[in-house]
Design a protein around this ligand. Structure first.
Ligand SMILES: [Zn+2]
Length: 255
């Protein structure tokens, strides 16, 4: 059996376009993607989407971020419900990988209670310092849940065979990571927020200040993603609604 990859939309968020691409106007409704990976030696979830607090209370649950976001997150769009589409019990997921600790990427961590949690060491460290929690808009209620934690310091090969790898793409946050997967149909890279939209990488258009922790690191990460793309990888952009409209959803495999 080879590695299978599934995409799941776990809600939508409407936000100011300029937060995604600096210098633009208006709003954009963006998908909240979660990915499930089935490897012969275990199962992996890449990100967990929005919290159930957000499903019940909407943007109010986001505290200081409330003014910027409209939430569209219905019952059964949460990751634990979506995993039923691939016959996966959320309590039996082996590894939960967080790209980073923003509310739309780790809000569902409590729905994946027994997984080993893989996060970049730098991201975790930033999430333990009060000033840094505030500066990066983290909410420890999303992720400080006592998971058995693996702190990756750079690249991390989940199964030791090169097929499912966390790759550091710092810049959006202190320790953002993406995921590179070798599938039968070729390499796929789950960008996370290292690359919000197709336009981000094709035109090198960065987000507004709120979406950047370290601009030079973010540009270097985009260059790294671009070189992976040139080498044949299919890039899965973090929040691109137009791109996402053609992505097959679980239970149909993406690759
Ligand atoms: Zn983010």
């Amino acid at each position: 059996m080879s590695v299978q990859l599934f995409a799941m939309t776990c809600g939508w968020v409407t936000m100011p376009m300029k937060m995604l691409i600096y210098g633009t106007e208006g709003k954009l409704k963006i998908p909240v993607p979660v990915y499930f990976i089935r490897h012969p030696q275990g199962t992996v979830l890449f990100d967990s989407g929005l919290s159930m607090r957000v499903q019940s209370d909407g943007a109010k649950a986001l505290g200081p971020l409330e003014p910027y976001f409209d939430i569209h997150f219905e019952e059964n769009e949460e990751v634990s419900a979506r995993l039923a589409d691939v016959d996966m019990d959320p309590a039996k997921i082996d590894f939960l990988v967080s790209s980073h600790l923003h509310f739309d990427h780790c809000g569902g961590n409590d729905l994946i209670p027994n997984a080993r949690w893989i996060i970049q060491k730098r991201e975790w460290e930033a999430a333990t310092i009060p000033e840094s929690i505030a500066a990066n808009s983290y909410d420890p209620a999303d992720f400080d849940l006592g998971h058995d934690r693996v702190e990756a310091d750079g690249e991390h090969d989940v199964f030791g065979d090169g097929t499912v790898r966390c790759i550091p793409t710092h810049g959006h946050t202190p320790g953002h990571q993406s995921m590179a997967i070798e599938t039968d149909s070729g390499p796929v890279v789950l960008c996370g927020d290292a690359c919000y939209l197709r336009q981000t990488i094709e035109e090198m258009r960065l987000p507004s200040r709120s979406g950047i922790y370290d601009e030079a690191a973010m540009i270097a990460s985009l260059e790294k993603l671009r070189s992976l793309q040139k080498a044949g990888a299919r890039l899965m952009y973090g929040h691109d609604p137009e791109f996402w409209s053609d992505v097959p959803q679980a239970p149909v495999a993406l690759a």
